[in-house]
Design a protein around this ligand. Structure first.
Ligand SMILES: NC(=O)C1=CN([C@@H]2O[C@H](COP(=O)(O)OP(=O)(O)OC[C@H]3O[C@@H](n4cnc5c(N)ncnc54)[C@H](O)[C@@H]3O)[C@@H](O)[C@H]2O)C=CC1
Ligand SMILES: O=C(O)[C@H](O)CS(=O)(=O)O
Length: 482
């Protein structure tokens, strides 16, 4: 890996300002999903190292909370500047360990940096209240204080943005944090924390522990010093972490799975809908929690949509994300390839028609072709399960009532998309769709200035926006005799 700044490629974890190997010397191998080549190794840490990191974060918290919001903001701004100055190297690390095309990695690094920039400012707007008392000689004051030591467990699909989306509000609020990145993509996390150290963020404020997910996760979720845990990943693991966090009554933010409907009405701009479906479905090879998981097209335009969408899917270029022009990289591992094959076989067995792709990619890594399943039906696995890969099932619906029924027929409630030019329908549908985020003639909704999150099995809490810092704060009410 040819980096301009070789110091970014870290093979140890940052704990209390020290770069450490695992106590027992174990390592985890990280491979490139595009070709199976070894990228490098990181420490295989566990409960003991995690406990040390938590204790160090607690010591650091005592001083960090005394910094003014402006002082913390200045350091976060320096972190932002260093992330952007190293964008190309960070993107290269991401593509090699995660597989997404280099252009997408460049975009994610800018997206990750945007959260740091946003919360560098937002920390300075954590206001309290003075409440008119109901009794004479009383002053009622509301203060907001940092919750303390926080934990973050993050996924492989956005190895940088999911870290800064948690670390930036935590640090801006005056908290400290211990991060457990996905074992598939640790180098992005380690590089980001190296840059935080270079920005002058004090030792112990931000820590990274790589290794045994179960052991590290159990310590993070049960250690009483940790007051807040933020997780992005599968609903099953999220539930487990919520259960484990309950024993010490932690605040939790859970960004979990999704099953996004992408609804196209007869009156929609079909070219815009096709373009939006390509972006929403095939970004990161379909491995995002907000990807279009079910494409619902009204009967009047179904055949025309399939015709245009087939052309667009066949125009996607599958390959190594380092190659110019590649739009679709590998899926994360062989397990994902096997899952995609099972979903396609199930759809075919239940009457679906594979009009594009449908096969394992004929490339050295873990590739699956961008796939279009026409004439999808509700009894198929792709109707109920989070695909998390490059398969686009297209279902037909009759009218608004049918679209709402189909769209809400899932335990998830994260993102959904609506393509129509009827304003009355937009407001009526938006109020009935059981999702935390609604894209209306828009297929990419995530931004640092808006609340990201959902309901039902998609989790609790919001990240980003002015709402994203609240869960890193405690409200303290003072009742003062005057
Ligand atoms: N909502 C989202 O953005 C994401 C959703 N997913 C969903 O999860 C499915 C599986 O993907 P995975 O990466 O395997 O997700 P996962 O939920 O297994 O892993 C996410 C993170 O949790 C950690 N983890 C796993 N088991 C843990 C435990 N017992 N205690 C503490 N931490 C633990 C992993 O090491 C990783 O850092 C995907 O197919 C997709 O459906 C996965 C990634 C992101
Ligand atoms: O976890 C994810 O899939 C991301 O949150 C999706 S996004 O924020 O990049 O849209």
């Amino acid at each position: 890996m040819q980096l301009k700044n070789p110091d970014l490629l870290r093979h140890q974890c940052l704990i209390n300002g020290q770069w450490l190997s695992a106590t027992e010397g174990g390592v985890i191998e990280v491979t490139n999903p595009a070709n199976g080549e070894l990228v490098g190794v990181v420490p295989k840490m566990g409960k003991a190292e995690t406990a040390v990191a938590i204790e160090g974060a607690n010591v650091a918290f005592q001083a960090w909370r005394e910094y003014t919001a402006k002082e913390r903001g200045t350091l976060l701004r320096k972190w932002f500047d260093l992330i952007m100055a190293n964008q190309a190297d960070l993107a290269l690390i991401m593509t090699i360990e995660q597989g997404k095309p280099l252009a997408e990695s460049m975009g994610e690094i800018a997206f990750a940096a945007a959260y740091v920039d946003w919360f560098a400012e937002e920390g300075k707007r954590v206001y309290g209240d003075l409440i008119p008392a109901t009794q004479r000689n009383r002053q009622l004051v509301v203060m907001k204080e940092p919750v303390g030591v926080c934990a973050a467990v993050t996924p492989w699909n956005f190895p940088a943005a999911m870290i800064t989306r948690k670390a930036a509000p935590a640090l801006a609020a005056g908290c400290t944090i211990v991060i457990k990145p996905a074992s598939q993509t640790p180098f992005s996390a380690l590089a980001l924390c190296y840059l935080a150290e270079q920005a002058g963020i004090p030792a112990g404020v931000i820590n990274v522990v790589t290794g045994d997910s179960g052991a590290i996760g159990t310590e993070l979720s049960t250690n009483p010093t940790v007051r807040k845990l933020s997780f992005t990943g599968s609903t099953s693991v999220g539930i487990k972490l919520m259960e484990q966090s309950a024993s010490t009554v932690k605040k939790v933010t859970m960004e979990l799975g999704g099953n996004a409907p992408f609804i196209v009405f007869n009156d929609a701009d079909l070219d815009a809908a096709v373009e939006g479906a390509i972006v929403s479905k095939f970004r990161n090879s379909g491995q995002t929690c907000v990807c279009a998981n079910r494409i619902l097209v009204q009967e009047g335009v179904y055949e025309e949509f399939i015709k245009r969408f087939t052309i667009a899917v066949n125009a996607l270029k599958l390959g190594n994300g380092m190659e110019p022009g590649v739009t679709s990289g590998p899926v994360i591992d062989a397990k994902a390839v096997k899952f995609m094959t099972a979903l396609v076989d199930d759809a075919k067995a239940k009457g679906g028609k594979i009009v594009a792709g449908g096969k394992v990619g004929d490339l050295p890594g873990t590739f699956f072709e961008p796939t279009l399943v026409a004439y999808a039906s509700e009894d198929m696995r792709v109707a109920k399960e989070e695909i998390f890969g490059p398969i686009a099932p297209v279902f037909a619906f009759k009218d608004e009532a049918d679209a709402i029924r189909l769209a809400n027929d899932t335990e998830y409630g994260l993102a959904c998309y609506l393509y129509t030019n009827d304003n009355k329908r937009i407001w009526k549908m938006s109020s009935k769709l059981e999702y935390g985020m609604v894209g209306i003639n828009v297929s990419l909704v995530a931004t640092e200035v808006a609340p990201f999150g959902g309901m039902k099995a998609s989790g609790v809490g919001r990240e980003g926006s002015k709402y994203g810092i609240d869960d890193y704060l405690e409200i303290k009410y003072l009742c003062i005799e005057t």
